[in-house]
Design a protein around this ligand. Sequence first.
Ligand code: ACO
Length: 447
Amino acid sequence: MGSNTKAVLNYGDGKSVEFPVLGGTIGPEVLDIRSLYGKSGMFTYDPGFMSTASCQSKITYIDGDQGVLLYRGYPIEQLAANCDFLDTCYLLLKGELPTPAQKKEFVQAINQHTMVHEQMQFFMRGFRRDAHPMAVLTGLVGALSAFYHDALDINSLRDREISALRLIAKMPTLVAMSYKYSLGQPYFYPKNDLSYTANFMRMMFANPCEEYQLNDVLVRALDRIFILHADHEQNASTSTVRLCGSSGTNPFAAIAAGVACLWGPAHGGANEACLNMLQRLQIQGGVEKLGEFIAKVKDPASGARLMGFGHRVYKNYDPRAKLMRETCYEVLGELGLQDDPLFKLAMALEKVALEDDYFVSRKLYPNVDYYSGIVQKALGIPVAMFTGIFSLARTAGWIAQWQEMITDPEYKIGRPRQLYNGPARRDVPAMKPKAMPAAKEALATAH
Ligand code: ACO
């Protein structure tokens, strides 16, 4: 990181401050304004962090204009074609793809942690069965710190590694438990001779009367969903994990905060919102009603948005959405659902939007959530579980980003400043003493 360029800010009455400009490996340079307040007494104002780099990172790179996504330098398309989710986890955590021996060791280490404490079943019973799975997951992930407090020293490399393994290994078990609980079915213990994703599908879909028949195409499709969702640099939930973790709290608490943030419909909750939107549109008349629907999402007064479209960083087709659309073809083909009406409707809606000046001029393209719901629905995953699946996958990125932050020599507690525009200092006016309630008054005078 370095550049000889400097930027100068001229302000006030002939005053000026000079700032270094820092360069990364690729991507825009950044203005290092850390000394701004000390030198000028001013803060910067950037709601929504439109122009603010909050940290340095070596993990994920996005070029939003070109539609490029790299994990540790590797294009997402190549990872999706050649690797599995645990290779991706290893890559995100350690910086390199595993050798066969490292992979074997990593899988064994993950397998040691797939079960959850038996007591968690009783903890689960406190939830209503009709609770949203994300409400349950936020609680369960936070509760891990109550069950696994033997390795919570964030300054110990060994403890940090154990927590990372625990989180990646236990998320499938917890997500499947939250689903089984909602159905009123018994939980399934993990089966470590299956792959990570096959094990998850079995825990989700097997029942004591009927073993789940694993299908390689479907397992591979879900594994690919996990890869595509594993990390996405400093998005809202990852920034939440970093900010929460910056206080020195334990990783389970920080990642529970990430799960809570992901739930929102502007972020990970968009996959659920998108499928609900398509289903509603289908009921209201499908393709016949596309014009009316597009007019509604373009009207700011309607408050409606085309869910699964638009992105803060991508001003081009989200590369994950392209891969997800391919996966749709594979899964629907495998299941004999090529004519799935929802997929057809989604493609027709995409076409209309991409030819409409409103979307073109604002550079709004399908994001990862646009097609992921159709794949998940075809796999048998209920809509309310979609964001839970996302949080399972994103846990790999969250924990890698948290580890990177903890070991960053520049790491400090995150503490943004503000532009205060409330009342200036004022004095509390003289107040009448509060009248005593009648009964109390009578009691007081009786003594
Ligand atoms: N439908 C209709 N209009 C939209 C949409 C959309 N999906 N997205 C953005 N716009 C419009 C806005 O109304 C705004 O128009 P204006 O300039 O006339 O006011 C303009 O495009 C810019 O939108 P912003 O909200 O300012 O963009 P921002 O970067 O803050 O928001 C976001 C990005 C939240 C993703 C937004 O595009 C959105 O709400 N999309 C729908 C929800 C969604 O799919 N979220 C998932 C994102 S991917 C992920 O988190 C995994």
